[in-house]
Every structure is written in C-alpha cells, then in structure tokens.
Ligand binder design. Structure first.
Ligand code: 13P
Length: 253
C-alpha cells in the first residue's frame, strides 16, 4: 500500500456555484469508502465557500486554484492564504502551468507564494513540469531541478505532511497525451532526488502526484508507478463517473 494517495480535481474555470454544489453532493453519495485516498476538490474561487460548506461533515477536502503571497493590501483581484484559511480551505495550487504559461507567473513569484503558504495552515500543491520543446531538447531534468530550487528557495525545512508536489508535464495537460510509464517514473525519481538534496529524508517523504490527461482508463497503470502518490486531474475531474472511477481505482493502492 502507498503511504499517501491523493486524488485532487482541478476544475479550472468550470462549474457554477450551483453546479459545483450538486456535483460534490452527488460524489459524496457515490463515494462512501475512499480507502487510502485523500480526495481534494479545487473549484473556482466563487464556489469555495459553498463547496467547503457542503462537505463540512465529510472528510473530503477543498483547495483553491491559486493564492497571493501577500496577506492583505492593494492587490485587486487577489486572495490571501488567511482568507482561504478563514473559510476552511485546506489546500492551494501554486505554480500551475496555466498560471506560468498563460498568466506569466515566474519562479520568483511562485516562490513567494510558497513561502507565505508554508507558514500558514493552507497546504501548497506546488506544480512543476517541462514543455514539449524542453523535453525534446533533453532539458526535462534541468527544468524540474530549476523549478524546484527556485520555487523552494529560502525554505529550510519541509513538512511532508503539509506539502504536495505535482508533476504536470505541460505537453500532457488537456491534450489527451499522457506521459508514458517510463517518463513519469523517471521524472518522479528526479524530483525525489532533488527534494532529498534540499531537505534530506523529509524530502523523500513529500508526496508527488502526477497530472496530465489522467482518466479512468490510464489511472490504474499510472498509480502503479513507483513514486506516484496520486493525481492532479483536470478534464476527468469534471465528470462524476470518471472522477468516482479514478478514486475507486486509487483507493486500493
Ligand atoms: P488534464 O487532466 O485536463 O490534462 O489537466 C491536468 C491539469 O492541469 C490539472 O491541474
């Protein structure tokens, strides 16, 4: 059995407040036994309060898709970790490929967010991953190392129970093209080695989840890979059947 198994659904900019509420209510009825799996819903900001409230007497968890590094002030359109914490949000995705590549977020900004979040009660889900060009140029290992070192700069200590790293190769996100077993295994091993170099044995215990076109057909072979502690799922997390099927696969590992 894996020490940690996480199934996180990143809804991105999908589902109204009402749709989100009905969705998690139905999933709550359908998934009565999560086994070893930790299930996290990451809805848009507008639904966070409703989803936390709907799930309050369950052990399903809720995460935000982003967070700002400052705690308050003139940051129009932004949300702080304290705001998330105050409504019961337990996780925040940081450095997602959409944020890096569509909104131009750089490692330095991501690092500030991780530092602030690590000092709070909100657990960061820190996303890294290479583009197709970087992979084709043989740069995957270097990119992952750089993103880890820059994203975790000035963090001296890591608590593996309060940190999740998500490996999401950019070319596999939303494309239907999943990384192969070997590619995932190699990347997770590289990430583990980097975390060990930075944080010693605690680094080795950080859960590393995979994201990029995970679906109910490939979930079993992906979760079987050494060093994969679960998934960060986009498209397949939006459908009740596929999401429940993935949780049912993962819970047995
Ligand atoms: P897909 O599962 O749609 O490829 O999205 C992955 C992702 O970006 C999750 O954060």
């Amino acid at each position: 059995m894996k020490s940690t198994c996480i199934v996180a659904g990143n809804w991105k900019m999908n589902k109204s407040n009402q749709d989100g509420k009905s969705f998690v209510s139905e999933i709550q009825k359908r998934i009565l036994d999560k086994g070893n799996a930790k299930v996290i819903f990451c809805p848009p900001f507008t639904s966070l309060f409703t989803i936390v409230d709907t799930l309050k007497s369950s052990d399903f968890s809720v995460g935000a898709q982003n967070v700002h590094n400052e705690l308050k002030g003139a940051y129009t359109g932004e949300i702080s970790v304290n705001m998330l914490n105050s409504i019961g949000v337990e996780y925040a995705i940081i450095g997602h490929s959409d944020r890096r590549h569509t909104f131009g977020e750089l490692d330095d900004f991501i690092n500030k967010k991780i530092i602030t979040t690590s000092k709070s009660n909100v657990i960061p889900i820190f996303c890294i991953g290479e583009t197709l060009d970087q992979r084709k140029s043989g740069l995957t290992g270097k990119i992952l190392k750089d993103q880890i070192e820059l994203g975790l700069k000035n963090i001296d200590n890591i608590n593996p129970e309060k940190f999740i790293l998500a490996y999401e190769p950019v070319w596999a996100i939303g494309t239907g093209e999943t990384a192969s077993t070997l590619q995932v295994e190699e990347a997770h091993l590289k990430i583990k080695t980097n975390l060990e170099t930075l944080f010693g044995s605690k680094g080795l215990d950080v859960p590393i989840i995979y994201g990029g076109s995970v679906n109910e057909k490939n979930a079993e072979s992906l979760i079987n890979i050494d060093g994969v502690n679960g998934f960060l799922i986009g498209g397949a997390s939006l459908e009740i059947d596929s999401f429940c099927n993935i949780v049912n696969i993962v819970k047995n590992f």
